[in-house]
Design a protein around this ligand. Structure first.
Ligand SMILES: Nc1ncnc2c1ncn2[C@@H]1O[C@H](COP(=O)(O)OP(=O)(O)OP(=O)(O)O)[C@@H](O)[C@H]1O
Ligand SMILES: CC(C)(CO)[C@@H](O)C(=O)[O-]
Ligand code: BAL
Length: 287
């Protein structure tokens, strides 16, 4: 695996990989890799000739009050994991390379980025959209892989790529990969390592209660009381606050009161012991 820290080296390496017209996957990450990330890499390897991963802890998607400084950084360990998964290229720029002096541009996606995490993390998705657009322009992949764990992020990136003409022939496809979970159901996340043993055990209440809520909604219960019960259960289990617990249309992410004909999703963000966890699940309609 080659590691590039500058745009010149990146472009040389990408040109070598694509010299014969090969497909190139990009798996963007912020590092501190776990099985969720490695599943994205494996899926990318199945679908493409070569895989590039990026590791960049993007400061512009963190609010001043958030965990930018504390965010785990372990570049050597991550590089070894990517290499053993058959990654051909690691793009690991410094902040000065990504945002040189005088950088003044920001991409803002309206609609899908406005509620949910966009409401509790103002400016977050502008930072994500801008850096992902830059990553697409820098690496020029044929395919890009993102986790459904960050469901709203995936929707924002799809909208950005469509509106800025980054999809075919530049990026042929943006592929969403289902959430990889721990044995007790907790969605894998780099931030899970912030949790104490006690909070880690309690955190599994989140996917458990979400499944319960989905079963009740499918049974015909209205969303509002079901989601209120979900919030109570989380607070009772040791969560300190709930940013949102919303039944939404899976495409527009607009909130729903009841199930309709189009696919729905349950999305939750909640805090435990100072750590903010997110999760989402499909609400499959039985027909
Ligand atoms: N459990 C998971 N299953 C599938 N994809 C995942 C999972 N966790 C992260 N990803 C995906 O990996 C990519 C990189 O995510 P990132 O580096 O932010 O990791 P993370 O574990 O989501 O970290 P954080 O704790 O900051 O949310 C994103 O596309 C994200 O959706
Ligand atoms: C897509 C991403 C790499 C952009 O910084 C980040 O938001 C993430 O890791 O999900
Ligand atoms: N995985 C999403 C990145 C973030 O929370 O900033």
């Amino acid at each position: 695996m080659q590691t590039a820290n500058t745009l010149d080296v990146l472009r040389t390496q990408v040109a070598k990989l694509r010299a014969g017209g090969e497909t190139l996957a990009l798996v963007p990450t912020m590092g501190a890799l776990h099985e969720g990330h490695l599943t994205l890499v494996r899926r990318a390897r199945e679908m493409c000739d070569h895989v590039a991963a990026s590791i960049f802890v993007n400061p512009t998607q963190f609010a001043p009050s958030e965990d930018l400084d504390a965010y785990p950084r372990q570049l050597e360990e991550d590089a070894a994991m990517l290499e053993s998964e058959g990654c051909a290229l690691l793009w690991a720029p410094d902040t000065e390379v990504m945002y040189p002096d005088g950088f003044v541009t920001s991409i803002s996606v309206s609609g899908v980025s406005e509620g949910l995490c966009g409401a509790s993390r103002p400016g977050h998705f502008d930072g994500v959209a801008t850096v992902v657009c830059k990553l697409f322009n820098q690496v020029r992949p044929t395919h890009a892989f993102f986790g459904e764990k960050d469901f709203q992020q995936l929707a924002v990136i799809r909208a950005m790529a469509r509106d800025l003409d980054l999809t075919a022939p530049r990026v042929h496809s943006i592929i969403g990969v289902p959430t990889v979970r721990e044995a007790d159901g907790l969605a894998m996340s780099s931030r899970n390592r912030y949790l104490s043993e006690e909070h880690r055990t309690a955190a599994a209440t989140l996917p458990r209660e979400m499944k319960e809520a989905i079963a009740r909604i499918k049974d015909g219960q209205e969303a509002a009381p079901t989601l209120a019960a979900l919030e109570d259960a989380l607070l009772g289990a040791g969560f300190s606050s709930i940013d949102y617990a919303v039944l939404a249309d899976a495409a527009s992410l607009a909130p729903l009161d009841t199930l309709g004909n189009s696919p729905a999703r349950l999305l939750v963000a909640a805090r435990i012991g100072g750590t903010r966890l997110i999760d989402n699940m499909a609400v499959e309609q039985d027909r």
